[in-house]
Design a protein around this ligand. Sequence first.
Ligand SMILES: C[S@@+](CC[C@H](N)C(=O)[O-])C[C@H]1O[C@@H](n2cnc3c(N)ncnc32)[C@H](O)[C@@H]1O
Length: 233
Amino acid sequence: MRPPWTARVLTILPEAFPGPLGVSLIGRALEQGVWALQTIDIRDFTQDKHRSVDDTPAGGGPGMVMRADVLGAAIDEATAQSPDTPLIHLSPRGRPLTQARVRDLSTGPGVTLLCGRFEGVDQRVLDARDIEEISIGDFVLAGGEIAACALVEACVRLLPGVVGDAESLAQESFEQGLLEYPHYTRPREWEGRDIPDVLLSGDHGKIAEWRREMAERITRERRPDLWGKYSKK
Ligand SMILES: C[S@@+](CC[C@H](N)C(=O)[O-])C[C@H]1O[C@@H](n2cnc3c(N)ncnc32)[C@H](O)[C@@H]1O
């Protein structure tokens, strides 16, 4: 039988997992074996009695850098277990993560993720092991663990059977190149605000048209970058 989609996470904080990946839809899918999670403790690959993973930066400057020799050994252990799995370092310097890349990763065997800490990792290990760098946004986290959780959660919810209604996935933000339209539910009136009449009209053609117009307006106002690509199609 084919092994489940597997997230292998290299980290100095294995206790951070599964964290939010252990609850709700994603946690249930983990329990049911729809996907698998393996953490690899980078400290297990250190050679000294203090189990040091970092050292001072060459050339001086603040902070510490994760050592290439320790990371190389940890990465080699992970890739020996699954040579065909994409190897990714979560990094603010990486290409921004997109829904298209998430979809692509979710159709493969899984991901091997390297979580950085401190000032980051020795460049030689990224070059030598040809590691892709992915960022989850233009801001700086203290470590790669939360970014790894975000990437894994985004992939796992696309695995067959994880989200009950597959249509809800097809209509989401980014799937058509647009952000999603606004949602409403009961009560019909709340603090003097009504649900837009069209949504209560029962006219599915008009509802679809209204949703498309709203999605276009929101995308145009908030994300000129997405709107530019969409409106050129
Ligand atoms: C304090 S950050 C290092 C920031 C680095 N010195 C820089 O200026 O680019 C430590 C680690 O957090 C993770 N990290 C921080 N921000 C991230 C982001 N936006 N996306 C993905 N990973 C991030 C990376 O693994 C990084 O090695």
